[in-house]
Design a protein around this ligand. Structure first.
Ligand SMILES: NC(=O)c1ccc[n+]([C@@H]2O[C@H](COP(=O)([O-])OP(=O)(O)OC[C@H]3O[C@@H](n4cnc5c(N)ncnc54)[C@H](OP(=O)(O)O)[C@@H]3O)[C@@H](O)[C@H]2O)c1
Length: 108
């Protein structure tokens, strides 16, 4: 059976990278598309996961995607469509840690 294609945005660090690690540790084979804004950071994350899980059944590939840019999203869509013809799972994780401030100002 063909591997499921999984795209994770914001996958070079934090929760996104932990999802990459979890998929790499699985006995299932996945095509893991490691999404990020910076190619260097994505490549470093892929190297780290490949070093940690040398026997993984999954294949890791970089994909550049900035979720605030329609151009970037369209480019990523075209890449996935032409290379895989499908996307089984999208983990739309990218975002800012603590993006909402806990501080509140009370005014009259
Ligand atoms: N950690 C928590 O306690 C918590 C709680 C509730 C919700 N969340 C949500 O869970 C998600 C991950 O959190 P985290 O703690 O893992 O955050 P994190 O460590 O700050 O990692 C965020 C990731 O998102 C990427 N990113 C940010 N803006 C982006 C954009 N416009 N396009 C593409 N990638 C972008 C970052 O890329 P760069 O490395 O290029 O900056 C980084 O890879 C976020 O959406 C956050 O709001 C987290």
């Amino acid at each position: 059976m063909a591997s499921k294609v999984v795209l994770i945005t914001g996958a070079n660090t934090g929760i996104g990278f932990q999802i990459v690690r979890a998929l790499c540790s699985s006995s299932q084979a996945y095509e893991i598309l490691v999404g990020g804004r910076s190619s260097n950071k994505v490549q470093d994350a892929i190297s780290a996961a490949e070093n940690e899980f040398p026997d993984t059944k999954s294949k890791l590939s970089p994909i550049q995607i900035d979720i605030e840019s329609d151009d970037s999203i369209n480019k990523a869509f075209s890449q996935v469509q032409s290379k895989y013809g499908k996307l089984d799972i999208l983990v739309n994780n990218a975002g800012m840690r603590g993006g909402v401030s806990d501080e509140r100002t009370i005014t009259d």
